[in-house]
Design a protein around this ligand. Structure first.
Ligand code: ADP
Ligand code: ZN
Length: 220
């Protein structure tokens, strides 16, 4: 089963994708995490990606598509995946459809997690992330029990370099220019469900789960 999570930066894709992947026993693949990981390791890919990420721009499709297709070909993705942060351009969406079609597979569902702009800006500004397990926290909305420490794994919390006001604005601009057209693309092929991303995390999660399971009685 292939599920795509669409949403602006700060919409809650990452948090929800991690939980729901566990619920549905799917691999959680986040291209942003993969790029950050490559940067930490100092690989060529990481260095290249950094140039774009720092500015809030997208890493070029060629690089991103190659990385993603290789990743989802690995054994841990055999039962299916939740894609978090990919595709982000029409070209990426088309490349993914083509690659899946070759294996007689297709995307099953796309969930668009919608959150108003003002709320996105607020969320990204106060975001802290665990270095070890990537769990996100928010200073005001969902603070950790102990300041600077992850509730789940005791890892150190940090603020992403691109979670600063100028870059946040650019990332939102990029989302509306380059990624929002995918809402149309997946609506036209009947795969999209829009979910309101505001409110309690657990409530949003339930709405997403319902969207993914709808009309597919055989699914667990
Ligand atoms: P957010 O959704 O909060 O912006 P991500 O971790 O998904 O966070 O992405 C961070 C950055 O990584 C993006 O701003 C972009 O530079 C790069 N990136 C992630 N996924 C893609 C992608 N599919 N295509 C191009 N660039 C990407
Ligand atoms: Zn952690």
């Amino acid at each position: 089963m292939y599920v795509v999570f669409l949403g602006a930066p700060g919409a809650g894709k990452g948090t929800q994708a991690a939980e729901i992947a566990k619920d549905l026993k799917l691999a959680h693949i986040a291209t942003g995490d993969m790029f950050r990981d490559a940067q930490k390791k100092g690989t060529t890919l990481g260095l290249k990606a950094k140039e774009y990420m720092e500015k809030g721009q997208l890493v070029p499709d060629e690089i991103t598509v190659a990385m993603l297709l290789e990743r989802i070909s690995r054994p841990d993705c055999a039962q299916g995946v939740i894609l978090d942060g990919f595709p982000r351009t029409l070209a990426q969406a088309e490349a993914l459809d083509k690659a899946l079609a070759k294996q007689k597979k297709a995307i099953d569902d796309v969930v668009y997690i919608k959150v108003p702009d003002a709320e996105l800006i607020k969320r990204l500004g106060g975001r802290w992330i665990c270095r070890k397990c990537q769990t996100p926290y928010h200073e005001v909305n969902s603070p950790p029990k102990a300041k600077g420490v992850c509730d789940k794994c005791d890892g150190e919390l940090y603020q992403r370099a691109d979670d600063v006001p100028g870059t946040i604005k650019e990332r939102l601009k990029v989302f509306f220019a380059q990624t929002a057209p995918l809402i149309d693309y997946y609506t036209k092929n009947g795969k999209l469900t829009e979910v309101n991303g505001q409110g309690e995390m657990a409530a949003v999660r339930k709405k997403i789960l319902d969207a993914v399971k709808k009309g597919k009685p055989g699914r667990k």
